[in-house]
Design a protein around this ligand. Structure first.
Ligand code: NAP
Length: 267
């Protein structure tokens, strides 16, 4: 397999550190640099936990990084604000972004799609890299053809910054594309405590749970006369996302367009 030169933004993070392990441990992946907002000028091996990963420079400035290293793919696992800046800058240097960072707005996604078109470059934005989660979304979309009433409950660790999760939004979008429009709940329902019914998306409701001990979980509950259907996925560790990151990196090298959602690249 052809070697793929990779740079990773957010290498000390919970997801980023797993991606570093993936890049360092995959034969046809070559980790050429990491982008951090700390430790400029140091090597990754100077950081605790990465002592065995040699010859990988740390940059704080993405422009400087892209000018100094030959990268094919940028993996971004940071925050929406920096993820957007990183993805746009990478594309301007003909580097293909694979973005796991969540919390991008519709406008962000449209802007990246436009840039990809202009540059004729691939870019993959995946709110969830876990293959099981992608199946959970696909199964939910299938069920929504038959069940109009649905509530999405997403559960995450309490360090998560955005709510609802990117996966919940993506699930709602996929359901919305096939579901007969309906404003759910009682026509006269009233919240006695604000937020009790969760966030509303196209007449459906999304509930966000944040608790220590959780990683990333989602339950999609469908109801109709006399029956309910529950579709649930659980990620118990961040390794669960890495097979999806690997597929995305390999695929983005073959794509010359914008892809939103791992389900669009899985056979
Ligand atoms: P995290 O542990 O907080 O990691 C984020 C890392 O990014 C931190 O090390 C942070 O450094 C670093 N960072 C912040 N600004 C930066 C910048 N300008 N340049 C370089 N690095 C920067 O968060 P996480 O749990 O790994 O999650 C990261 C993102 O991935 C979130 O958006 C999360 O929702 C998303 N996520 C996606 C998936 C998926 O499957 N797609 C799965 C889980 C999580 P400091 O700590 O020093 O600020």
């Amino acid at each position: 397999m052809e070697q793929i030169n990779i740079m990773i933004a957010g290498p000390r993070g919970r997801m980023g550190s797993e991606a570093v392990k993936l890049a360092a441990g995959t034969e046809h992946f070559n980790l050429v640099a990491v982008l951090d907002h700390k430790h400029d000028g140091m090597m990754l091996s100077d950081i605790e936990g990465f002592q065995s990963i040699h010859n990988v420079p740390i940059y704080t400035d993405i422009e400087k990084c892209l000018q100094n290293v030959q990268a094919d793919v940028l993996i971004d696992l940071t925050t929406p604000e920096f993820g957007m800046l990183h993805a746009k800058t990478a594309l301007s240097y003909n580097v293909r972004p694979v973005v796991g960072t969540t919390g991008f707005s519709k406008e962000n996604l449209e802007e990246l799609e436009r840039l990809c078109k202009e540059k004729e470059l691939g870019c993959i934005i995946a709110p969830n890299f876990a293959i099981g989660a992608v199946l959970m979304m696909k199964f939910s979309q299938l069920a929504a053809k038959y069940f109009r009433d649905v509530e999405i409950i997403e559960l995450h660790h309490d360090k998560k910054l955005d709510a609802p999760s990117g996966t919940a939004v993506k699930t709602a979008e996929m359901i919305s594309a096939v579901r007969e429009a309906k404003k759910q709940g009682h026509a006269n329902e009233k919240e006695t405590i604000t937020g009790a019914r969760g966030a509303e998306f196209d007449g459906m409701h999304i509930h966000s749970v944040r608790l220590p001990g959780l990683i990333a979980h989602q339950q999609v509950l469908f109801g109709s006369d006399g029956q309910t259907l529950t579709i649930r996925h659980d990620s118990y560790n961040r390794e669960s996302f890495m097979s999806g990151v690997k597929v995305a990196v390999e695929t983005v090298m073959k794509h010359n367009s914008f892809v939103y959602g791992l389900e669009n690249i899985l056979d």
